[in-house]
Write a protein that binds this ligand. Sequence first.
Ligand code: ZN
Length: 407
Amino acid sequence: MNSYTVRRVHISKTAQLDELAHECGQLYSQTLVFFWRTVRHKGIWLFPKHLKRLFTSKQLHAHTADACVEAFFAGLSSWRERRKMDRAARPPHKRKWYFRIEYKRSALSLKDGQLRLSNGRGNAPLMLEWPWELPQTVVIHWTGTQYEAIATYVLETQGEPRGERIAGIDLGEIHMAVSHDGTQTHILNGRLLRSKRQYRNKLIEHLDKRISRSKKGSRRRKKLIRSKHKQLRKLKQQIADIEHQQTTRLVSTLYREGVQTVVIGDVRAIRQNTDVGSTTNQKLHQWSAGSVRHKLTYKAQRLGMLVALQEEARTSKTCPQCGHKRKTAPKGRVFRCTNKKCGFIWHRDGVGAMNIRYKYRGEFGVPHVVAAMAPAAGIRHLPHTRVAREQSRENVCVGNCTDAAGL
Ligand SMILES: [Zn+2]
């Protein structure tokens, strides 16, 4: 299955871009007005093909003009979808002075590090510095402060699964993710991420206090607000960076160990045993997932692994060894079986991952032999280093320890 990746590039404001965006805005608005007028007067809901023939532009590439019409219909169908849940949802109805400019593959060519975006015969093309490869599509939009080009690339799956193992993954607050694939347990430390989040909350509180003390409309206030946004932006990037590094390391570890299927615990009761088509699948993952889940999903898929969501009720309370269910959730980071004959002790989130895996395989809540398991190994975040450390140096937890993986 192919997935997509994007590259975002800021481009400076020019008269040419303004004109193109305005031309797209006009096409979009004409489409919108004509469409609703036809509905009102004739009771006919037109199709994109009718309006594409009607609204063209002498200043744009034919496919760019088509994209403006298509954008209206995309808005229309997303309203139809939204309407099922939200009665107050409104269809697209606002005219746009400026609108995004979309270039399809047919309008793009790359030569000597310059991307040429055609605006149709007889018009000056848009030229962009482009030290990268040729994208599939380019969309140029206004971010509120500047223009941004979003280039889309098709990512072909880079790998084939190397084995048939199934790994369960438990996502959590303390540990970003814990995986278990039958013998190996890996822990992604979430401590650094948590500290960043906590710092972020404190920072917001602190700066808001200072802002509220300053005089409304004053230069000082504006300066404080600017500084707040700047600091928050930086933190956001740091958080994303940590998540990226950690999830990449976990996925590549699982891939190396021959995992074919990754089962991610889902707090909501969405079962995904039935495949609903790749587009919907992807939507479901992105929608139900926090960003960690989303990153794990597309990174695993890129390596040719299968990703499934598994409803995770009772997975943290049930003993994987004897199947006994605890009445209360375990306190602290360690799972202890309350069945006196069993007394199984293991890393708490490791138990969650183990049970998610069992659940997916339909063996949840029954006794298992869990003696042959390797100790839980932590995967630590090493800021800006790509050095592969030996796993054993990070293995702190050995079986019945209380402070698993030294976290
Ligand atoms: Zn037990």
